[in-house]
Design a protein around this ligand. Structure first.
Ligand SMILES: [Zn+2]
Length: 364
């Protein structure tokens, strides 16, 4: 099940409270947004009850934004949101400044302020999940040239002979180190008739996942080890290219491919040392992300902390932001928290209506 996370983040980058809202596929925009809005309202009520002053809403989307940065431009998983004035809607509804971000951009900002990138000037961030996402940050600011689809860091050609990418080119890192790429490497080994305990696990209806692959690699399965070694080589080739283009001080790796163990990171570091003729591997640090799947949630709160917008009239009350991240694919047990607290919604809506009216009076 895919879902969004709604979190209350404080000024120190701590997540105080989180809720989950179901992602409804293929619905019109109102139906798509309804579970998210309901969760935001529940979170605002919680924040108010706990004495937090909420100073803004941050929303991240897995896709791209329009040039005003106030509307999603292309969200492949939720096309109903493409071109929708999301910031305008949320600002009018909740009377709170709202910022929209691409998920990987929010994550690198989170890592820069509170995670592995603290104190580094030039950060390159790569997240490897179902697809690869990348972002580049200089002095805390996103590098705008890296934002667009083609020409984006993930679509720099790493192997001229690689398979064709969704962008139309061959050999982008997206086609070489994603979960999809890992799965294809395993399938090729199975077709070659190589012996592997993976075949038994997959024929037992287990789903392919990085965790399954890592478990087998740690048991010494030769095919699983081979996949990690190949991934490490591609990642090192890509990293070498990125280093020559972006000259980062730190390279942060995140994503579900890395979660189960440090296998890929170890492979990458080994392969980078092999590139030592170009001095790669000795000049920058290659580290795993510290904030894991919370990086984007925390990163969305950062712009509000920097500008300290709408400072509370009561300075003793802790400052907090409600942030809302799209498309959390990780299975969690607490997915039905929303249903437990749903009865408070009627009151919240009344409060929101009242606030909306007073806001309209103020701006009118
Ligand atoms: Zn591409």
């Amino acid at each position: 099940m895919s879902r969004a996370t709604i979190a209350l983040v404080d000024r120190h980058g701590r997540v105080h409270h989180r809720l989950y809202a179901k992602t409804l596929w293929g619905r019109p925009v109102a139906a798509t947004l309804e579970p998210y809005l309901r969760a935001i309202e529940i979170m605002l009520a919680y924040a108010s009850a706990e004495g937090f002053h909420v100073c803004g809403l941050g929303v991240s989307v897995p896709g791209s934004l329009d040039s005003s940065l106030r509307r999603p431009l292309l969200v492949p998983t939720l096309p109903a949101l493409n071109g929708f004035p999301l910031c305008d809607l949320l600002e009018a509804r909740y009377c709170l400044p709202t910022q929209l971000h691409v998920d990987v951009d929010a994550a690198v900002v989170g890592e820069y302020r509170f995670g592995a990138g603290k104190g580094f000037r030039r950060l390159l961030f790569l997240s490897v999940n179902a697809v690869v996402g990348a972002a580049f940050l200089v002095d805390g600011k996103l590098e705008p040239s890296a934002q667009q689809y083609v020409g984006h860091v993930c679509h720099i050609t790493v192997s001229a002979n690689g398979s064709r990418c969704s962008c139309g080119k061959r050999g982008c890192i997206n086609t070489l180190v994603s979960i999809d790429a890992m799965q294809k490497m395993v399938q090729r080994a199975l077709r070659r008739g190589e012996e592997t305990s993976l075949s038994q696990r997959l024929s037992n209806r287990e789903y392919f996942s990085p965790r399954l692959l890592a478990e087998e690699a740690l048991q010494g399965d030769s095919v699983a080890l081979q996949v990690y070694s190949e991934l490490g080589r591609w990642l090192a080739a890509a990293t070498a290219r990125y280093i020559s283009i972006f000259d980062p001080n730190i390279f942060i790796l995140a994503g579900s491919v890395l979660d189960p163990s440090d296998l890929l990171l170890t492979q990458l570091r080994t392969a980078l040392i092999a590139h030592s003729s170009t001095q790669v591997g000795t000049t920058i640090e290659v580290v795993p992300a510290l904030l894991a799947s919370d990086a984007a949630l925390i990163g969305m709160a950062v712009p509000f902390l920097a500008s300290d917008v709408r400072r509370s009239a009561r300075p003793t009350v802790p400052l907090a932001d409600v942030v809302h991240a799209e498309q959390d694919d990780q299975p969690r047990q607490a997915g039905d928290v929303l249903d437990d607290v749903y009865p408070v919604q009627a009151d919240v809506v009344n409060q929101q209506t009242h606030r909306r009216k007073s806001y309209q009076r103020r701006i009118g």
